[in-house]
Design a protein around this ligand. Structure first.
Ligand SMILES: Cc1cc2nc3c(=O)[nH]c(=O)nc-3n(C[C@H](O)[C@H](O)[C@H](O)COP(=O)(O)O)c2cc1C
Length: 187
């Protein structure tokens, strides 16, 4: 079977939901910024903006806003899931990257997903770990979102596309299992 460092990184990536209290270095942050900027976008639009949030107070504010909204939502299944995760949404990661995208446009969400996986793989290749985060989106719409948008310097006219929390893992977890039957060969 073929193997190389890229395939190895892809195979080893897994969503990590507990992080050590170790900040990323300037060098690591720089490498992640270059990686996300290298992500492809449809028609090379490059319409996304990437918020690299490392301020602990801002990270705490985002997490609190998500938990508060979830608890108020009445969505019991999600409330139970978040309770099972000790009300952690960002899992103490020292970095949250938010990929902010324009609201309308056929491919902006696809572009954001590609950026997220690029970040996840770049992080893994650097000895870091990550988890892709959709849930924080709720903190950036509706009640209270204006203050949070201001604190995060969220660009006007853009919305939360996807987030990626990145840091040094504080737990072990194997990559998910998968099924070759999900591949359809058309020969
Ligand atoms: C678009 C997207 C949104 C996700 N949102 C969350 C989230 O808000 N919180 C979370 O803990 N994990 C989130 N995940 C992680 C998935 O739960 C995880 O990728 C999945 O369980 C497979 O596990 P793996 O990443 O370890 O392979 C998200 C993943 C994707 C692709």
């Amino acid at each position: 079977m073929l193997n190389n460092p890229v395939l190895d990184t892809i195979a080893k990536r897994s969503s990590i939901r507990a992080y050590a209290d170790t900040p990323l270095t300037c060098e690591q942050l720089e490498a992640l910024k270059l990686a996300v900027l290298a992500s492809p976008t449809a028609v090379n639009a490059q319409a996304q903006r990437h918020l690299f949030i490392t301020n602990p107070d801002v990270l705490a504010d985002i997490e609190k806003a998500v938990v508060d909204k979830l608890l108020a939502s009445g969505d019991q299944a999600t409330i139970d899931r978040i309770a099972g995760r000790n009300y952690k949404v960002l899992y103490d990661a020292p970095l949250l990257v938010i990929v902010a995208i324009p609201a309308d446009g056929t491919y902006y969400k696809v572009d954001a997903g590609i950026a997220a996986q690029t970040l996840a793989l770049a992080a893994k290749s650097m000895g870091l770990d990550s988890v892709i985060l959709g849930m924080p989106a709720m903190a950036f719409t509706g009640e209270g979102s204006e203050a949070l948008r201001e604190k995060t310097c969220f660009p006007a006219g853009l919305e939360y596309g996807i987030g990626v929390a990145i840091g040094h893992r504080a737990m072990d977890k194997d990559p998910h299992e998968y099924d070759m039957a999900h591949i359809i060969d058309v020969k």
